[in-house]
Write a protein that binds this ligand. Sequence first.
Ligand code: IPE
Ligand code: IPE
Ligand code: MG
Ligand code: MG
Ligand code: MG
Length: 338
Amino acid sequence: MGDSVTFDARTAMATYRTAFENGCSQFLTRYPETELYAPVRYLMGLGGKRLRPVLVMAACEASGGRPQDALPAALAVELFHNFTLMHDDIMDDAPLRRGKPTVHEKWDNNTAILSGDALHVMACEALLDAPDKALPDLLRTYHRTALEVCEGQEQDMAFESRNDVSIDEYMEMIRLKTSVLLAAALDMGGKSGGADADAREALYEFGLHVGLAFQLQDDYLDAFGNPENFGKQVGGDILADKKTFLLIRALEKAHGETAVALDRELGRRSEGKVDRVLHLYRQLGVDAELRDAMAGQVALAEGSLARLKAKNPNALAGSQAALALLHGVAAMVTARLS
Ligand code: IPE
Ligand code: IPE
Ligand code: MG
Ligand code: MG
Ligand code: MG
């Protein structure tokens, strides 16, 4: 992660991650060592950044709670995220995840479907450990979010075969497939720590903008990332004609010969497609546009927290580590390489 991320934010990240890993290992011991759970243990064991559970814990501590109060919500959100990845990798025909073969590559599609289903139920079970008073609210947010992610994934797939997707449609699609889960992580963390309605609303809005920046960087890395540290197949979005920010703006900007060249690439997976499309992206300057769009979302995210502070100076006045993390996370997300 980039140099603009403060030492305090990094330290807080590492501390929350360790707390989460311990809670997660403990949680997984509830399930038998049978074939159904082997892909769950495999994917969860590959780690990943653990961004969402870390956000749950930070929002909880920032709201005056203890990180362990947030563990049920943190587990639910991370288990749900991993469930979506197991199915997303089938849908996207992806060979690699976190630098290792995807579940459907290592086993097969049926295994990834069924173990993914189990993982989703495990996420719900994890959430049931939340205190009774908070539970109905947490369940409502969780289920609403889970359905929105499905809606976003449906749009993502439908957009593959359309060439007239607008940036507005794209932003709505990534809000659904990616941002609402980061927003829900912050909101559920706030709820777990006793945040009031204003603080939860600000945390949710903050998460939406961080999430939009996060998915823009995901699109960027899928095209321009370094295979050594990305952990996923570079160029997968280009091969599938995914309507990423890059492709949509390229389709909008291309004229004459460039438009013909881009059009020729769509709808087929010919040899050298990725390199030719990357060349067109650079020629059209859509990589720089993506970075501007991302910076815009970071500014909007910061604005959400600043507005809350102006309205209620005592909101989110919990631990310094939690605050450092919240203020550093946008920089982490936009500077990430994996
Ligand atoms: C990948 O999420 C899925 C997207 C929403 C882009 P992450 O990049 O957070 O994946 P891990 O959990 O760190 O591997
Ligand atoms: C995935 O978006 C979002 C969800 C898994 C819900 P992507 O398809 O871009 O995620 P990656 O790149 O495979 O991680
Ligand atoms: Mg996908
Ligand atoms: Mg994918
Ligand atoms: Mg992606």
